[in-house]
Write a protein that binds this ligand. Structure first.
Ligand code: KG4
Ligand code: ZN
Length: 371
């Protein structure tokens, strides 16, 4: 089963081709440089950038998924761009589309204007090439990213349900019971900011630019995580929800009390102790969840998982409960990407779940995972 998947939920234009859970190609065009100077994602700029690039990204993903792309003499991006205008290329593209069985697209949650671009393009392709359309929740994509395989079918992980799933990204912090394929139950979520957002906001207050998670990680490596004891949000409540906005406020007031010099000298310590507060509150909730639901097999996805320190903390926690944890196997699967949408769509295709009337599919910016 070959699936062409599209994700334009936020600031990455991504298109992938998957065969079952094997990734044949996964193209990701990040818009970070466009949004950086605004200190965050600007929805209408994201929409325009998706519109400008989507056709090119689709063509690249489709042509690169073919094992015989040498036929076109395409070895680098520039040559592909030149080739795209030729009739020969168009014919080959149309021929390649014949190999595709389904078109899959993220329909929520995400930024409404951004989601719309991917959905419209998916509808157009489904109509033009007579394919069935599969609608995927972005969060189920992040969960299934843990089971994606390379084009040789590695790693050969078998499913061993149920899992406790965690999605930690710039937009989401969710604890989900992953009962079986496509069966989810949200047991905890953030009541305000997401974990990645908390890191991004702190980085902004420190003047480190956007997005800030990776910069905070780099600084924190040489900092003292005990430098300041920032509050661990929601640590005293017994539910499984997260909250990070109080922590960010406390960080803001702490910085207000420091001189510029003091801040400059303690940048690493500030990053380390703030990061520790964010991660410790995540760890606390996973621990609570493991004890409550008695599941010690974790799957964890989302952009914040790029953080090595957090991955180690989660791994150690799972080990302490004689369990294990599955992370996506490649960096390109942590953040937003379309391959994870293709992998999730594979299970919908197997069950015969697709959009019966293509024109009816609408963006759902606040879509919940159990919907
Ligand atoms: O999954 P993602 O690419 O987009 C959303 O769906 O939100 O996640 C982006 C988030 C940002 O908040 C970014 O700061 C964070 O992931 N991030 C990191 C690291 N790299 C990216 N957070 C911590 N450590 C990192 N190395
Ligand atoms: Zn995401």
């Amino acid at each position: 089963m070959i699936i062409l998947a599209i994700d334009t939920s936020c600031d990455e234009t991504s298109v992938a081709v998957c065969e079952g859970r094997k990734i044949l190609s996964n193209k990701i065009y990040s818009q970070i440089l466009i949004h950086k100077k605004w200190g965050g994602v600007v929805p209408n700029l994201a929409k325009r950038a998706h519109e400008e690039r989507i056709d090119m990204v689709i063509e690249e993903a489709v042509m690169r998924s073919k094992r015989d792309s040498s036929e076109l003499g395409i070895r680098d991006h520039r040559r592909l761009l030149l080739a795209q205008t030729s009739t020969h290329f168009r014919n080959l593209f149309d021929l390649s589309m014949k190999q595709i069985d389904y078109i899959a697209v993220t329909y929520g949650p995400g930024l409404a204007p951004a989601l719309e671009v991917g959905i419209n393009k998916a509808k157009e392709l489904a109509k033009k090439y007579h394919k069935k359309l599969i609608a995927i929740n972005h969060l189920e994509g992040h969960i299934y990213s843990c089971f994606a395989q390379n084009n040789r079918g590695n790693p050969k992980r078998e499913y061993n349900f149920p899992y406790l799933a965690l999605v930690v990204s710039g937009g989401h912090t969710e604890l989900i019971l992953f009962h079986d394929h496509l069966k989810y139950e949200v047991i905890g979520e953030t009541i305000d900011d997401a974990a990645g957002e908390a890191l991004d906001k702190a980085a902004k207050l420190l003047g480190l630019g956007y997005p800030g998670g990776a910069v905070i990680e780099r600084l924190a490596k040489t900092g003292d995580f005990k430098y300041h004891n920032f509050p661990r949000p929601m640590s005293r409540t017994h539910d499984l929800n997260f909250s990070f906005s109080g922590l960010k406020t406390s960080f803001y007031y702490h910085l207000q009390k420091m001189s510029i010099n003091d801040k400059a000298h303690n940048l690493n310590n500030l990053a380390a102790s703030y990061q520790e507060a964010v991660f410790e509150s995540i760890i606390k909730k996973i621990k609570l969840a493991i004890e409550r639901v008695k599941i010690n097999r974790l799957v964890v996805g989302g952009g914040v998982i790029a953080n090595v320190y957090l991955r180690n903390k989660i791994r150690n926690l799972a080990r302490a409960y004689n369990g294990d944890v599955i992370f996506p196997t490649s960096k390109s699967l942590y953040g937003d990407n379309a391959a994870m949408i293709g992998v999730a769509a594979n299970y919908k295709a197997e069950k015969g779940i697709y959009v019966k009337n293509v024109a009816d599919l609408e963006r759902m910016p606040r879509l919940k995972i159990a919907d």
